[in-house]
Write a new protein. Sequence first.
Length: 294
Amino acid sequence: MLLIFDIISIGLVKYIMFKILKKKFLNKSVSYMKLCAPLVATNAQAGQFLILRVDEFGERIPLTIFDYDREKGTVDIIYQKVGATTLKLDRKQEGEYLLDVVGPLGNKSKIKGFKKAIVISGGLGSAIAYPLAKELKLNGAKTTAILGFRNKDLIILENKMKKITDEIEVVTDDGSNGKKGLVTDSLIKKLEKCCNYDLIISIGPIPMMKAVCEITKKYNIKTIVSMNSIMIDGTGMCGGCRLTVGGKVKFACVDGPDFDGHEVDFQEAIMRNNSFVNQERKSYEKYCNLFKGV
Ligand SMILES: Cc1cc2nc3c(=O)[nH]c(=O)nc-3n(C[C@H](O)[C@H](O)[C@H](O)COP(=O)(O)OP(=O)(O)OC[C@H]3O[C@@H](n4cnc5c(N)ncnc54)[C@H](O)[C@@H]3O)c2cc1C
Ligand code: FES
């Protein structure tokens, strides 16, 4: 009898826990994972995110649902190793399990009815921008992608983006891929040539999104940004992801993560995202020390 219970509970644990079905390194700091998470996949929409915990000692971190397959019950994530939790996640291998994956969270993107759009991303922002670019394409918009990276070794998703956009430009800060410049330089050139764009999506570091919004405001083009605020519960209760948008208090997890970029108080968002830098550094060092020499 005990054995039967054991077998059932082991089976149940495996169903409840979230198996890593595939793992790939996209560059030295960014990885991709396909996770088994049927309930999340069933309801996922472009623009939404999930919150996961690697193990019972881990913190909760939000990651965008990069892609999903409802029939197979899988969701894909792409993450950059920036601190203790993303490093811990990256130590997990195919066939292993994550403790929990909650989602889909946040709102699906409202990007229907646009005719001509530019999607601009910086670094890891390409992973967050990809589902939105795909959705634009599905809704019939002619889409241009401008992807920016620090150097050619950090370029990700160029081929995937090519497949779902009409035009793509990849630029690097140091010109190591042959196209030197910032995404904002490319954007200005495009807008000077033709200004009948009706939507700009800008996703990446907050200073980049702020700079894009300052440009598009002059052209009066609707601009959507995705706010990567620090999140804890992801359900609007802790207040961690508070932002000011159009002079009103908003929570990135339940009111976003997409917002009208012309309304966001970016200065406040930068300040709030830097609130725990010292603690994050200490936790990163502590985590790295655990594996010194391993
Ligand atoms: C809705 C949403 C979707 C996201 N999607 C993705 C994604 O698809 N892929 C991905 O790699 N990351 C994504 N992020 C950011 C991701 O959640 C953080 O990088 C992660 O929580 C860092 O955890 P950590 O413990 O490894 O690093 P920490 O120790 O928490 O932080 C290390 C460094 O990263 C910075 N950082 C921490 N949190 C964030 C954040 N939310 N945004 C920007 N910088 C941060 C810190 O300022 C610090 O410099 C998303 C964030 C949100 C809110
Ligand atoms: S994460 Fe807690 S309110 Fe948004």
